[in-house]
Structures are given as structure tokens and as C-alpha cells.
Design a protein around this ligand. Sequence first.
Ligand code: SAM
Length: 206
Amino acid sequence: MVRWQIEQRGLHNTRLLAALRELPRHLFVQPGDESFAYYDEPLPIGYRQTISQPYITALMTSLAELEGEETVLEIGTGSGYQAALLGMLAKDVISIERIPELAERARKKLADLDITNVEVVVGDGTAGYSPGAPYQAILVTAAAPSVPSVLLEQLSESGRLIIPTGSRSVQQLQVWQRCGDHFDSEDILPVVFVPLLGEYGWKENP
Ligand code: SAM
């Protein structure tokens, strides 16, 4: 997975590649799907949600430019795989999930792997999580109709927001970075995510 899906597509950060090699992705998929865990695709995790394609998880992590001392917010815990990866690469991680059963499952997996610097919170992550702010990086792993300004407000100086925005069917992965009193943004590539549902996201599943 790491050689053909990640390195071949141009991601070469050695800390990231080492963490991907170490983290057992098959523990984060549905029972019975373990043999597909390292395939180049997203997989269902129940509740109409998915664990993202390995490359997209790696790319979003790479775009966060983590060096090890950051406090990171993830919105959309899902399986907990991205949260675990962030926990291996940053100082502290808060991950918010709106579906309590997924949050509980992710908590158990993180505990089983002895990853203790990731806190999973149940709630609507479209408003971010102000008790932990400011964040050096915020990763939104569900598709937003637009960038919630409240998330930009929770970035530290030079902090980076990685977020897919667009329609329900296709989005553009974007990076926003705080530079003093303004934000720079960059489009990275088209992606397809499940919807970000909540106050500053999509209202409901169709
Ligand atoms: N990062 C996850 C992983 O590594 O498995 C994949 C996330 S999955 C593509 C998107 C997740 O976002 C789903 O679990 C969904 O329930 C969650 N979600 C959607 N809207 C949310 C919201 N407003 N707040 C928190 N979580 C949300």
C-alpha cells in the first residue's frame, strides 16, 4: 500500500510513510473486510459512512505539514484510522464524530493500540471545537458545502485547514492557511467524500 499507492503518487515524508507502515489499517475496517483493508479505495464502516481511501488519508495528513508538536482537530472520526495516524505525527489530537456508535468504536481501537494522545468527542464538528483551539491544523474528513468561517477562526497563526468543499457529489480538496489577518487558499484535487452534516454543513442526508 505505502509503496504503490502513496510513494508512487509523490508523497515522500519519511515520518508519514513510517507511521503508515506501522499503523495496522486492517484493525479499522469492518469485521470480514480485513483482506480489503490495504486496497486503493474507501470501504464502508456502517451507518452509511466510510474509511477513506489510504492515499486521501495520507495526502490530507501530508498537507497538514505536521512536525510533532501540533495540536490538531479532526472533524469526522469515522473508523478512527485518520485520528490514529494524526496521533502518531502530532502532539495532541481532538477528533469529533457526530455518530456516537462510531465514536465509541474508534475510542476502543485507539485504546487497544495504546494511542493516548487522541481524544474522541461526540458532537457537531461543523462549529469546530473551541475548548481546544487554536489548532495548528484542522482536517475535515467529510464534504462541506463551503468553508465554515468558525473553523478558520480556530486556526493558530500559520495554521492549516484541510477541507473538501463543493457539491454533495464531488468536491475540491482545499488547504486554507492563516497568514496574519487574512487566509490563503489553494485547490489540491477533486475528491468525493460523504457529506458533512450539521449547523454549518449540509442539513440532512437526502
Ligand atoms: N476520518 C475517517 C476515517 O479515518 O475513518 C473517515 C471519515 S468518514 C469519510 C466521514 C465521517 O464524518 C463520518 O463518520 C461522519 O459520521 C462524520 N461526520 C459527518 N458530519 C459530521 C459533523 N458535523 N461532525 C462530526 N462528524 C461528522
